[in-house]
Design a protein around this ligand. Structure first.
Ligand code: KIV
Length: 333
């Protein structure tokens, strides 16, 4: 994580100054890179400049440990107010979710990018709710701290607010996810309003929206030139509809910074530069699992595909040559 690169102009300067004052003049400057909830598993906890309040399940049951520590949507808001960067990764299974959760990644998005990464489609368009529900439930089982967000796939909310709420209810009841995400700004505002009014947190998604790839004419950067006005309108519509955060995908950094300044809810960048309140990446791109073309905005933090290829080659060679299994891999009578 880098420091806070949010442009210091206009209203954000006022916000930063006020927040710094509230935190005390001798405290670290707001630009100090800090994590949203440092040391969840007992390592020097610090959440947004204050102690974590252990949360009880209001109706009990489900676990013998009554003290649940979980990233909540309200923590996103506090992170923005205090200049703490929010981190997110996609996840589609139990094992990756438990690793990202242990690393303190703040939210896990069970993205419809599963269409590409799990199911092997060319786009996210064919993905269905029935395909995403078991993946989302698996991620929920792997995450004890991170907020798990279910992505609503193409065709599951466009028909209007009633359909959108039905889909959101399915994700909440059948997976245990704590929030949903859907694409679209102005055009999806009525759907967001309806879902939020039912008590379900919604993350918006504007800029490049992959489900509209054909309508947008391909993988095209959004918010450039005259597109900036549409991006701003979409961002404000999502906020006014009640979303707790908004993803901006493939948007120039400058306009993403302006949106971040103008909105009171956190902005999450997927290729929208450093001025946003948080960063999200598709985990297979980020970990070097995806083979082939990777978007310019992705930084690869590992080379999983190479490691797996090497391991699979070594396994094949050792089986073929009789090196594996060795005596230590055998059971005796
Ligand atoms: O499906 C997904 O992974 C997403 C992110 C890229 C924002 O929507």
């Amino acid at each position: 994580m880098g420091g806070d690169c949010r442009p210091h102009r206009g209203t954000s300067r006022g916000r930063a100054t006020k927040t710094q004052a509230a935190r005390g003049g001798d405290r670290a400057p707001i630009s100090a890179p800090r994590r949203l909830d440092r040391g969840f598993r007992g390592r020097g906890r610090e959440v947004y400049g204050g102690p974590v309040t252990d949360e009880q399940r209001p109706y009990g049951g489900g676990t013998s440990d009554p003290a649940l520590k979980r990233v909540r949507t309200r923590h996103f808001q506090r992170a923005k107010e205090q200049g703490i960067k929010i981190t997110g990764l996609t996840s589609y299974d139990y094992l990756s979710a438990s690793i990202f959760d242990e690393a303190g990644i703040d939210f896990l998005l069970v993205g419809d990018s599963a269409g590409n990464t799990v199911f092997g489609y060319d786009t996210t368009i064919p993905v269905t709710v029935d395909q995403l529900i078991p993946l989302t439930a698996a991620v929920v089982r792997g995450a004890s701290r991170a907020l798990v967000i279910a992505d609503m796939p193409f065709g599951s909310y466009e028909n209007g607010p009633d359909e959108a709420l039905r889909t959101a209810l399915r994700f909440m009841k059948e997976t245990g996810a704590q929030a949903v995400k859907l694409e679209g700004g102005v055009r999806s505002a009525p759907q967001i309003t309806r879902i939020v009014s039912a008590g379900i947190p919604v993350m918006g998604h504007i800029g490049f929206t992959p489900q509209s790839e054909h309508g947008l004419g391909g993988h095209i950067i959004q918010g450039r030139g005259e597109g900036a006005q549409q991006l701003l309108a979409d961002a404000h519509a999502v906020e006014e509809a009640g979303a707790f955060a908004v993803v901006m995908e493939m948007v120039p950094s400058e306009i993403a910074g302006q949106v971040t300044e103008e909105l009171s809810i956190p902005t999450i960048s997927v290729g929208a530069g450093p001025h946003c309140d948080g960063q999200l990446l598709v985990w297979s791109d980020w970990a070097g699992f995806t083979r082939g073309r990777i978007p310019r905005f992705v930084k690869q933090y590992a080379q999983i595909a190479d490691a797996l290829l090497d391991a699979a080659n070594a396994f094949r060679e050792e089986v073929e040559s009789g090196v594996y299994p060795a005596p230590e891999h055998e059971y005796s009578e």
